[in-house]
Ligand binder design. Structure first.
Ligand SMILES: Nc1ncnc2c1ncn2[C@@H]1O[C@H](COP(=O)(O)OP(=O)(O)O)[C@@H](O)[C@H]1O
Ligand SMILES: [Mg+2]
Length: 303
């Protein structure tokens, strides 16, 4: 089997509780002994409720945060041993996309300047090819350069801002995208479009994609493998069909139960059923629907 793009071994990240002698016993482990591999062209989803350590893990994989212990390696080479040129290669190859595109774009910078800066910094376009390169990049994310090149982020919708953030990531020909809830800040109607864009770019360029998402419908639709995290630990990992179709852990089952209620179709059917039942018999149970599971029900679920 080929070497993974990125691998993580025994990653721990603790916050707080630091004493003179190192990490004290009361330090909180946001990421607790995580191992994972991301292969070329693969879509790996990371799911789990808020606070389970997904974003911290993403930042560690991106090299933005140093783990307390453990090792991240890029094509087998530990990032701790990186030279400055290694870091430059890595920073191009592994690109982040964050939840809130507005805060990931410079508010004082026009769209074309944002993209031109990236292209120039990485020597990806000469002066006379810069405009053409920007036009092509904008087209690759579904935006017409004539209309968008001189806009500032605040002139753009959330979906358009996220398209610019994706264009900026794609400008450097990455091998891996790490997207932390890239749809969560967007309107429902726009989410599907941005997801489509990510999936198309990914397959046309054979990119690896780490998708952090709480939307299990999305995860089900596009990922090859799923990691389920709870309180910093991986509680389950496997092919998507297996993890979502036949989960091994109680925690994954409870996430799936919560998803069923969160699904708009099921939620609507459930509401309608409740309304009609309430009209006839207010105290009756709701047969035929999954039990209601709220976020708080997920707390303390045994693994
Ligand atoms: N910079 C930080 N300082 C202290 N605690 C943090 C910091 N970042 C994250 N945490 C804590 O680590 C845990 C995991 O957070 P996070 O990685 O953001 O989870 P998720 O992305 O799954 O919601 C949470 O309890 C959070 O409060
Ligand atoms: Mg997060």
């Amino acid at each position: 089997m080929s070497v993974p793009i990125l691998s993580a071994r025994s990653i721990v990240k603790s916050f707080g509780g630091r004493s003179w002698f190192g990490v004290a016993a009361d330090a909180k482990r946001a990421v607790d002994n995580v191992d994972l591999e991301i292969n070329e062209g693969e879509t790996l989803a990371i799911v789990g409720e808020s606070g389970s350590g997904k974003s911290t893990l993403a930042r560690i994989l991106l090299g933005l945060v140093r783990p307390t212990s453990g090792e991240v390696a890029y094509y087998g080479q530990p990032v701790d041993a990186f030279t400055a040129p290694d870091w430059a290669t890595f920073r191009k190859a592994v690109q982040p996309i964050f939840q809130d595109p507005a805060s990931s774009l410079n508010p004082r910078m026009r769209v074309d300047t944002t993209l031109a800066n990236v292209l120039r910094r990485h020597k990806l376009a000469a002066r006379d090819t810069l405009d053409a390169a920007i036009t092509e990049l904008l087209a690759s994310v579904g935006l017409d350069a004539a209309q968008f090149h001189d806009r500032y982020p605040h002139h753009l919708s959330g979906g358009q801002q996220q398209r610019i953030a994706i264009a900026r990531a794609m400008a450097v020909h990455p091998r891996l995208i790490i997207a932390d809830e890239p749809l969560s800040s967007l309107d429902m109607s726009v989410q599907a479009q941005i997801l489509d864009l990510l999936v198309n770019l990914k397959s046309s360029r054979n990119l690896g994609l780490v998708l952090i998402s709480h939307d299990l419908n999305v995860v089900d639709a596009i990922s090859d493998r799923v990691i389920v995290m709870y309180l910093g630990k991986i509680v389950e990992v496997g092919p998507t069909r297996q993890v979502l179709g036949n989960p091994a852990s109680d925690y994954t089952r409870s996430l799936l139960a919560a998803k069923l209620v969160a699904d708009p179709h099921i939620a609507r059917a459930r509401r309608l059923a409740m309304d009609s039942t309430a009209a006839s018999a207010p105290q009756s149970a709701q047969p035929g629907f999954p039990p209601q599971t709220s976020r708080s029900d997920l707390q303390g679920v045994p693994r």
